[in-house]
Ligand binder design. Structure first.
Ligand code: GUN
Length: 318
């Protein structure tokens, strides 16, 4: 957990003077992640000086050339470089076969200078590639995305100290802890059950002793479920689908969504919004993460944290 002071901002109350409605406190993932990356940089500097030039190694394997993946990868590589992690990017063409992708993973698994390996998702290939098979080919000891069956299984059984936690849920948990709201015994609602966000978030909240409900596309009365949440984590992939009116007053709202919607007032003609309708939600929530600047930067910081965690373990067992 982060030890530094709170990274909160009160939302401006303009137009709401005299109103009895609560105005949410913004939890800045951007600020929190900055401090976390500074701490990691110091730790890596110490490793490098103690072990004469040694650096943690991270490899990002990409198949194809999706624009969104390119952007995410460049953000990860930049963060790694700033911390002193030796990050490499290997891009296979979209014509790569499953066998070729597996071969690349095997060679990284055996490379002792690489401590973390992630396969950027989704795979962008013209060939039929089994994503599950690819993910599970990553050595669990280097699986800093926490997506292999081994790490996901450990998390689902509550072995939190013996696995890599997926980066987005781990970042969400840090943001929740930072509010000071007690997780144990709270009612937590997760929207979405993806392997990367919703399902591990459910497990992480559960083993932090919340009572967890996970909602999905077949959930009958979503507003009713949302209204029970002391803590709400949304990873639905639908722009602004969670309305402020549904929220319990004072809830902690963590928005994992990254959606582009048309906006003629912007030069690009679009803007980024989350899965939560921010304007209405911030009138009811106690705490809320912004998009951008909330979960996104924390996800990147947690990838760095997982890579350093993996490196620590390699050094201990060397
Ligand atoms: N694509 C979008 N988010 C992620 C992530 O956290 N990890 C990987 N490997 N791919 C992603």
């Amino acid at each position: 957990m982060l030890s530094s002071g709170p990274h909160f901002m009160r939302l401006a109350a303009s137009g709401c003077l005299g109103s009895s409605r609560s105005i949410a406190t913004i939890i800045s993932g951007k600020e929190m992640s900055k401090l976390l990356r500074e701490r990691l940089k110091k730790e890596v500097q110490k490793m490098t000086s103690e072990f004469s030039g040694f650096k943690p190694g991270l490899l990002v394997l990409q198949v194809g050339d999706r624009d969104d993946s390119n952007l995410y990868i460049s953000t990860k590589l930049k963060a790694a470089a700033q911390i002193g992690i030796d990050a490499k990017h290997v891009r296979l063409p979209n014509t790569a076969t499953q066998h070729e992708v597996l071969q690349s993973i095997m060679s990284v698994n055996e490379n002792r200078s690489i401590h973390g390996l992630i396969v950027q998702l989704p795979l962008d290939s013209v060939n039929a590639i089994d994503t599950e098979l690819i993910i599970n080919a990553v050595s669990p000891e280097k699986d800093v995305d926490g997506l292999t069956c081994i790490n996901a299984g450990k998390l689902s059984r509550g072995e939190l100290n013996d696995c890599f936690l997926p980066c987005t849920p781990r970042g969400c948990m840090e943001l929740i802890r930072h509010t000071g709201v007690t997780v144990a015994g709270s009612s937590a609602v997760v929207i979405g059950r993806s392997k990367i966000v919703g399902a591990p978030m459910h497990d992480l909240l559960l083993w932090n002793h919340a009572t967890v409900t996970t909602c999905h596309s077949k959930t009958r009365d979503l507003p009713e479920q949302v209204s029970r949440a002391d803590i709400l984590v949304v990873g639905a992939g639908k722009a602004e689908m969670i309305r402020g009116e549904w929220l319990k007053e004072g809830a902690v709202v963590i928005d994992c969504g990254i959606n582009h919607i048309p906006d003629p007032t912007k030069e690009s003609g679009k803007r980024v919004v989350g899965d939560v309708h921010y304007a209405s939600a911030s009138q009811r929530a106690g705490f809320i993460t912004p998009v951008p600047g909330g979960v996104g930067p924390m996800t990147v910081a947690m990838l760095m944290e997982n890579t350093v965690q993996s490196t620590r373990r390699f050094l201990k067992h060397d």
